[in-house]
Design a protein around this ligand. Structure first.
Ligand SMILES: O=c1ccn([C@@H]2O[C@H](COP(=O)(O)O)[C@@H](O)[C@H]2O)c(=O)[nH]1
Ligand SMILES: [Zn+2]
Ligand SMILES: [Zn+2]
Length: 628
């Protein structure tokens, strides 16, 4: 492709990219913000998970509009505050660093440009997500570059990569880490990925049940060294009833040896805000997704009888945690948790700063790096003007404002076409999980292409499948084991927008003009979180939002004659679900009957741009953003 990305899609008849115009980063929300200061304990945690490359923040949603540079400043200020108050603060990430945003996915190898930006945060502990393991090149980057850079802070207790030099699978990061915090707490940490099986052969994932049998694990749990607190973190849901959760299994193994030592759990993968009580001395937090949420968890209860803590018990001038893990808990420990909305107003409020005084040079440099990479990757290039917002789950699956009937089905129908077979009837099947984010009204940019459909899953097909058989595939898929998406609440904003009156500014200029720009009134729309501590965890109060169930798979019927069914169809699907499709077709169909539909390089990253050029050209030079 040329640098204007104009070669995508065989049916594109619209002239190439109309213009290059940048949309604006979101301004902080003036009307709503954090409800109260954070409760600081002896041991505090700031937690990110499932960032999926969203380091630029949400450019079309003010309430999640901070960028990674803002977070660099915030995290440094919070570390300093902890130091000044005489307490510990651990910064932790639980993986899924790619797949979901142009910043991470517009390079040949995912993460080439986003990972150095992500590395601007001085995490104490990091672990690996499944999205670091689908593609071998990405897994090797984690193994050869980032694991080396992060050293013993990168913990992959059950994930190995193939070392081409030794010919062996070796742990990508450390298996565990035993360390002492600045205030003297002796911590044992494990980083455990759920029992993921979709990885390429560049890596090996040990099931948690196997991991706990490993010699190193038993030695770490049974060590004679004193342990004041376990940090059990992982790309792994914290809710015990989630079928992917394997943290509970590891928790149980630790408890056999340490019946009352606190175990602080930090999880991810299911993209929700959540907080779960495991027992009287153990709680776990999960901190959403896509740089919408920053998780906060704190605890107090360490003393000379149960630890080596040398800091301040109840730091002054701030609220302190007060809640036992559960009513009647026999434990010295009390806790707090909070889910912070990812915007500068939140960061400024919790660091007691002003807009003018907040920034550090280190943060501004990272903000500039984000702008520079966006520029280099042409992520702001506009391909169309989306006339309305289509969401994934804020309306029912069959609603015209749902992204599947509204955008995905028409887009694959129009764009996923093999010219030599265009007269054939066809069924195009995909997994709804591949569509990652709502499409907002306004300029549809190169970045939005990755935001909506980031995966490089090739379109495959089997020609001339009898329709009577082909039509049974979708219902079988949707009643099968991988059919159900998570239906729990997620903090997805619906109707915030940026100020279209601002013209082109860099992110930094935008920030400097905050004091004078006209700002639209916005309501903080998003899901309300309910967890084991109740419904008061959202740091900014949300209005509540619907979250409708989705089937696991969608299907477009194309080129069907009015009122009659075809004899046979081309059955088209993405390679991610090939084995499921073959299983549902039955034994007569095997992988040697499957081939690439357009060509093997035409993937699910490639249908949205040509569709935008085909259907959303009206108002492209004066494209209105969504109204709040
Ligand atoms: O090539 C791919 C890889 C993944 N998916 C979808 O993503 C989810 C997993 O995403 P998490 O962020 O780890 O929850 C997987 O279940 C698929 O739905 C894909 O479509 N193609
Ligand atoms: Zn994820
Ligand atoms: Zn994941």
């Amino acid at each position: 492709c040329g640098s204007d990305h104009s070669c995508y899609g065989p049916t594109n008849t619209v002239e190439h990219v109309r213009h290059v115009k940048r949309i604006q980063p979101g301004a902080p929300n003036a009307a709503y913000g954090p409800k109260a200061p954070l409760e600081w304990g002896q041991l505090n945690f700031l937690h990110t998970t499932d960032t999926h490359g969203w380091l630029e923040g949400h450019l079309k949603e003010q309430n999640y509009g901070a960028d990674w540079g803002d977070f660099v400043t915030f995290s440094r200020r919070m570390k300093q505050t902890a130091g000044n108050m005489g307490v510990d603060l651990l910064l932790i990430d639980t993986g899924d660093l790619h797949d979901g945003n142009g910043l991470s996915d517009a390079t040949t190898i995912d993460g080439t440009d986003s990972m150095p930006i992500f590395d601007g945060i001085e995490y104490d502990l990091l672990t690996i997500g499944n999205h670091e393991l689908y593609i071998s090149e990405v897994a090797y980057e984690m193994f050869n570059t980032w694991a080396r850079k992060w050293g013993d802070r990168y913990i992959t207790s059950n994930v190995k990569a193939f070392n081409q030099t030794s010919g062996q699978y070796e742990y990508i990061g450390a298996t565990h880490r035993y360390f002492t915090t600045p205030k003297g707490l002796r911590v044992m940490a494990f980083g455990v990925l759920f029992d993921f099986t979709g990885n390429s052969n560049a890596s090996q994932v040990l099931k948690a049940a196997e991991m706990v049998q490993e010699e190193w694990f038993k030695n770490a749990v049974e060590t004679c060294e004193p342990i004041d607190v376990f940090v059990l973190f992982g790309h792994n849901p914290v809710r015990q009833t989630d079928s992917s959760n394997t943290l509970k299994l590891v928790f149980d193994e630790i408890r056999k040896v340490h019946p009352t030592t606190p175990i602080q759990i930090l999880g991810g993968h299911s993209h929700i805000r959540d907080f779960a009580v495991y027992d009287d001395n153990s709680v776990g937090i999960e901190s959403g997704r896509y740089c919408e949420t920053l998780g906060w968890m704190s605890m107090t209860g360490f003393d000379a009888s149960n630890s080596n803590f040398k800091g301040v018990k109840n730091p002054h001038g701030v609220p302190n945690p007060t809640r036992p893990a559960r009513q009647g808990a026999k434990s010295p420990f009390v806790y707090s948790r909070r889910y912070l909305d990812w915007n500068r107003q939140t960061f400024i409020y919790h660091t007691k700063q002003t807009e003018a005084a907040f920034d550090y040079g280190s943060g501004l440099r990272v903000t500039d790096e984000v702008s520079q990479v966006r520029e280099e990757l042409k992520l702001g290039d506009v391909y169309g003007c989306a006339p309305q917002t289509w969401c994934i789950s804020c309306v029912p699956f069959n609603d015209t404002s749902n992204i599947f009937p509204g955008v995905v089905l028409p887009a694959v129908s129009a764009i996923v076409v093999n010219k030599t077979r265009e007269d054939k009837s066809r069924l195009i099947i995909g997994n709804t999980g591949a569509i990652r984010f709502d499409l907002h009204q306004g300029p549809f940019t190169y970045d939005d292409n990755f935001i909506v459909s980031p995966f490089r899953d090739a379109f495959l097909y089997i020609p001339d499948v009898p329709y009577e058989l082909a039509k049974t595939v979708l219902p079988k898929l949707n009643s099968g084991p991988i059919a159900k998406r998570d239906l729990v609440t997620m903090p997805v904003p619906r109707d915030s927008c940026t100020d279209p009156t601002l013209g082109y500014l860099t992110r930094r200029e935008m920030r400097q003009s905050h004091g004078v720009v006209r700002r639209q009134e916005v309501v903080t729309s998003g899901y309300v979180t309910t967890d084991d501590f109740g419904s008061d965890g959202d740091d900014t109060v949300h209005t509540g939002i619907e979250n409708y169930a989705l089937p696991g798979y969608f299907q477009a019927e194309v080129n069907f004659a009015e009122g009659s069914n075809p004899e046979a169809v081309d059955l088209i699907f993405v390679d991610f679900i090939e084995s499921l499709i073959l299983a549902d077709l039955g034994g007569n169909y095997t992988s040697d009957m499957v081939s690439c539909y357009i060509d093997c390089d035409f993937t699910s990253q490639d249908f949205m741009l040509p569709y935008a050029k085909l259907v959303w050209q009206e108002n492209i030079d004066n494209c209105p953003l969504a109204q709040a």
